[in-house]
Write a protein that binds this ligand. Structure first.
Ligand code: DX5
Ligand code: ZN
Length: 223
């Protein structure tokens, strides 16, 4: 079943508790938490304290996306705050194996992410070492941006490698994903859809989640 991971960045922070509970009540699968340092990306978001708050409110899987220039400095803090997975960017660690191992040794899932201008070849050698690949379909830093279509090629290339080698790495897609483009994102090869604005601006959240859960991947004929 295709999973949906609402991005906490898009909540109305005056109602954080109610928003997280609303996501849980809608049967959304994960909470995606965007951690930004104002250096790797031109925005600053929130830290371990907010992850801990969400962990207190919800028992859902906490998918922590580190958009940090020194992510490894904070692995322990986010694990202690309740992260179930920690994802960092290949742009920071072109050979991510050591840091993936460190995260796994903490007993949580380890992921790498790549920006829309990165090539699938940059991550393909490491997919065997990952629990999660987060393909960015926007340049990271802000919610509410438009989906970058070329990310579909990256998703498809990574899906082909994962299937061919029978790897367990999940593909999550992050940025500008909506109910309208979800089928195409899944057809390209996504297992998890991160949705910020599309989810938290929706008045029909449970319907959106049900629609995502019902998506079936139409096999792509990949030459
Ligand atoms: C962007 C973040 C995304 C963002 C998604 O830097 O990594 O997770 O919050 O928000 P939408 O779905 O609105 O693009
Ligand atoms: Zn994200």
């Amino acid at each position: 079943m295709i999973k949906i991971a609402p991005s906490v960045l898009a909540v109305d922070f005056t109602k954080l508790g109610a928003e997280i509970q609303s996501a849980d009540n809608s049967q959304a699968d994960w909470h995606h938490l965007d951690i930004m340092d104002g250096h790797f990306v031109p925005n600053i978001s929130f830290g371990p304290a907010l992850v801990k708050t969400v962990d207190k409110i919800s028992d859902r899987y906490l998918d922590v996306h580190l958009m940090l220039s020194e992510p490894e400095k904070y692995f322990e803090d986010f694990k202690d705050a309740g992260a179930d997975s920690i994802t960092f960017h290949i742009e920071i660690h072109p050979d991510p194996r050591e840091h993936l191992k460190t995260i796994k040794e903490m007993g949580i899932h380890a992921g790498i992410s790549l920006n829309p201008d990165a090539k699938a070849e940059q991550v393909i050698p490491y997919l065997k070492d990952c629990d999660l690949l987060l393909v960015m379909s926007v340049f990271p830093g802000f919610g509410g941006q438009s989906f970058i279509e070329s990310s579909l090629d990256t998703i498809a290339e990574c899906r082909k490698h994962i299937d061919k080698n029978n790897l367990k790495c999940l593909i999550s897609v992050d940025g500008g994903v909506t109910g309208e483009n979800a089928q195409r994102v899944v057809d390209a090869g996504a297992d998890v859809l991160v949705m910020g604005s599309a989810f938290y601006k929706s008045t029909e959240r449970a319907n959106l989640v049900e629609a995502v859960h019902d998506i079936k991947r139409n096999k792509q004929v990949i030459e």
